[in-house]
Design a protein around this ligand. Sequence first.
Ligand code: PMP
Length: 361
Amino acid sequence: MSKIKAQPGIMDIALYQGGKSHVDGVENILKLSSNENPFGPSDATKDAMVRASHELHRYPSTDHATLRAAIGDVWGLDPERIICGNGSGEVLMMIAQAFAGRGDEVLFTEHGFAMYPIYANANGAKPVVVAEKNRTVDVDALLAACTKKTKVCYIANPANPTGTMIDEAELARLADGLPKGAVLVLDGAYAEYVEGFDGGKALVESRDNVIMTRTFSKIYGLGGLRIGYGYAPKPIIDVLMRIRGPFNLSAPALAAAETAMRDTAHTEKCRTENAKQREWMAAALADMGLPSDPSSANFILVRFASADEAKACNDHLAAQGILVRYVGGYGLPEGLRITVGDEASCRRAVHAIGQFVNPEK
Ligand code: PMP
């Protein structure tokens, strides 16, 4: 018998299941299961990454100063309040490490991002799941679930996998109603898809307990490089900086992210095209009797009449190489989450779903 024993909470963690990327024996795969940007990064961003790879024997920057400056310029943020992470996932984990330990509670909502309970359990804190109202964050329910032990509350806005949003006034009410010493984390992994949305910047700047996170994995098309960041009041950044790994971002990733951040024309093109295809896909599926909530992100959550139907459609699509995400594990047994692809991909997915819904046609 092994004497190895993990810390309490660790063995309660269910392994994170990423979106599938292949089906045995099937070619012409269309991956619409991980909310990736179908356009990927721009050529300028790829070139910057390749240039940086000529110096791979050198350690990367440890303070990420040039990337923080680029983010600050583009979004009007104070670079001193930015922390960069190996994906926004690393920043989200650091927040739990820094603020929630044994005996503490971490709040998130019923259909919250699958990693939130993992961040809690990995640090010995108790995950507390709070009900939503119509697949949207319910601030009253969150405030009612708070105790003196509440230390972190994670809210994704737009949310994954529902794609829904809550407004700033509600988030302000949540930030102000949390127990003293607890932090509100506004996970903005999909924030750039929302035209004119600040992702929570104004709340970060007007409160002492709000942190916003962003990622380069979605609209910037750099999921494979692992880059994200957090923006928070300086005292919170001073805490997080102490536990950050000294070289947590590679030099190619830093170079790519800096170029991607400044390439606002590419970002704009991705945002516009995503909105166009998302609205087309949602309308086409609604016409087939498959409703979805209005999505603000780069995916839609389609609802079937039953869990069996959703699973059968998932299998039907997978058999022809179209990979979407069955979200039964997120408490949405009738749902399939479909990433918005480029025009041809959306048409292929909708056509295949149409064949499932109406095989006679
Ligand atoms: N938050 C949400 C809501 C997400 O959907 C994801 C990625 N699926 C992340 C955070 C983490 O993204 P990354 O670590 O790639 O920045």
